[in-house]
Write a protein that binds this ligand. Sequence first.
Ligand code: ZN
Length: 445
Amino acid sequence: MAIAVPGTHLAFDDTDSPEGMCTTYLATLMLEEFADLDLIGLPRLVRLNPNIPWKTRGNAAISLCLGRGSGKSRLCGHVADTDIRCYDRGAPVDPAELLERASKVLKRVARFDCDKTNPGIVASRAKPPPALYWGAVRGILGLRDVESQLKRSGARWRKFKNGRGVIGAASAMSWRPRDRTWEVIAYRSPDLVGTRRSISDESVIAMDRATRRTFNNYDYENHHIAIAPGSPCPILFGIRGDSSDELLKAKDMIRGERPSKWLLFMTNQGTDDHIVPKRVRSLKPRDSARVDVRVAKYPVTVPGKHVILRVTDGCEMDAAFYEPSRAFRDVARALIPGDEVTLYGSVRETPRSLNVEKMLVRRLVRDVRKSHNPMCDACGKRMGSVGANQGFRCKKCGKKAPYSRAIFEKHARNVKPGWYEPPVASRRHLHKPIRRLSRVNIDNL
Ligand SMILES: [Zn+2]
């Protein structure tokens, strides 16, 4: 199962904390440490199951391939005042030595004081089987299972504290992309970390308009720069896209604070890799799933202004559209019973509901509602209703009429079939933006 590849893989995870360190920054420190080695292929930034309860911030792990490079090379970063290039091919180095040196770097910088920070490092000539990646992006893996897989792949690893980071590290290393995107991340000077980031809104908007294959740059609904994090971490900004060449140009279009270093990553962000097609009946808490359903009841707007939509595929459940996604919520509010939709989201434990993160409106029914009771044939008086949908009876002469005799009125639908998603700020890292969906084959859904 394990495939030998050129170079030696080094992966690490769970080194960040809500207050500071970030795992992608550690990648740049590793490259500083391994200045005597070459990078084979791009560094990989791999996001794992976003619904894991003990995750640190974004549940990201990093995998690098290091060795003696050969073949073509390309610019992919600038670290410690030196350009970083990555090579097409390479020769491996000793995994034990990599592990030793990487552990020293990690010990120097990881936030061991944070409860949720439980770093792990893995070094290996062979990649572990891809099932590890799929297990970690869609579910929850146990440390013991992962360690036995690593043993079979001939890997070496080191655990810190409870060592849970080994799971993410091994999973990131095992990723074989089916779909992938890129992110170029620019970092702040160490003396500025923790201070307010200075980035020109205009330059982000200009970059967004000038580039064709970037995504999630600017939240036009909330007037918010989406490429800059809000946390006090070392990242100045990160630009995501479908063309790594374009990202290198995009990075130079941002005005404001000067980055002290930058690095290009291949990532699984924006791929929907975490989403599993399911039936409503089989949904479990913390699943990320896609369900094809019909609207069962008129939407209800609840206090706090989110919208609850009762849906069914034979089995009913509530789908929730939360407050931060305004326009998205309005689409949900415009749906009526019978409409067919595909919902993407994660399952909440209590109350059990699907927190909707993306929606395809597949088919809309005609909105025809009864406006009046019919007139009596015999005496011309307005008839009375016998009961809901049960027909009519004349109060004066007692004559009956079926429900179909009611006077119906057709209402315009203020929603169109198509894709809908929340604004940039409320999307998850793995969320495949609609902008990307239009580039891939929608028939494959
Ligand atoms: Zn009558």
